[in-house]
Design a protein around this ligand. Structure first.
Ligand SMILES: [Fe+2]
Ligand SMILES: [Fe+2]
Length: 265
């Protein structure tokens, strides 16, 4: 099966990019499942039922999130009622929402039905808020998911490449793929580990790249120059969809191929 993961969708330009490009990518690559990180989809900060609705309507099957989870209060509606929306798994017990989900897929070629597990975890190095142990909780959750699904995809939302690589290596052989998000900068270290897990430290972001990580350039420079708070508006130009395309052997869940994606609108 073929899975596309889309890096952090930033604001209206990011949502527009998904709407514009995903149907074409679905057809071109015969995609069976699409996961996208939506933590910046509402004005660059957080996610609402409306922005999530647009992303689902564009053809995304599951939306993951990260540290911007709480930026829009309407997120509660998604956490409580939307099975296709995931928050980082390692929030303390009692936090609304879910960190993983099992979904049905049908291979577009063989027509064989299968289950896929999606997991969203947040790192702890240089990250706020400090959450529960990502490695230990992910290992437990993967074990649980593997009873029902061989194909498992993990979005590891984290800052430090060392933590991301260690996390990917830790899960090698247990999941089909670990792809990082959060830095908004696509890395060039895509590979398949020895145990069969596809890995990429960061998928990048989907939105305006004539920017600083999706925001207007000048206020960010001013913030660094003066330390004064600024309004960081979402930028508008050079919109690119960033992500990773992963081919997985349906029967074993092992990754066969991983390829970075960068599609200009
Ligand atoms: Fe982000
Ligand atoms: Fe983030």
């Amino acid at each position: 099966m073929k899975l596309l993961f889309i890096g952090d969708i930033v604001g209206q330009p990011g949502r527009h990019a998904v709407k514009e490009l995903l149907p074409k990518l679905r057809e071109q690559h015969e995609l069976d499942f699409v996961v996208a990180n939506g933590e910046n989809s509402a004005g660059g900060s957080g996610i609402t039922p409306k922005t999530a609705g647009e992303i689902f309507a564009a053809g995304v099957d599951v939306i993951t999130s990260g540290d911007h989870l709480w930026d829009q209060k309407e997120v509660m509606e998604l956490l409580v009622g939307e099975k296709r929306f995931l928050r980082p798994l390692n929030y303390p017990t009692g936090t609304p929402g879910q960190g993983s989900g099992l979904y049905e897929i049908q291979n577009s070629k063989s027509k064989i039905k299968n289950s896929i597990g999606i997991l969203n975890v947040q790192g702890r190095t240089f990250m706020q808020p400090p959450l529960e142990h990502p490695f230990l909780l992910a290992a437990e959750e993967v074990k649980r998911l593997r009873e029902r699904a061989k194909i498992i995809f993990v979005d590891f939302h984290a800052e430090a490449t060392s933590e991301k690589i260690a996390f990917g290596r830790f899960l090698d052989g247990q999941v089909s793929a670990v792809v990082g998000t959060h830095t908004h900068v696509q890395t060039a270290d895509e590979q398949i580990f020895r145990g069969g897990t596809a890995y990429l430290s960061d998928a990048g972001f989907t939105g305006p790249h004539e920017s600083v990580l999706g925001r207007e350039i000048e206020p960010i420079i001013q913030r660094f120059l003066t330390g004064m708070p600024q309004r960081f508006e979402v930028a508008r130009e050079r919109v690119i969809l960033h992500g990773a395309l992963i081919e997985i052997d349906d029967a074993s869940g092992r990754a066969l191929k991983i390829q970075r994606v960068a599609e200009t609108v």
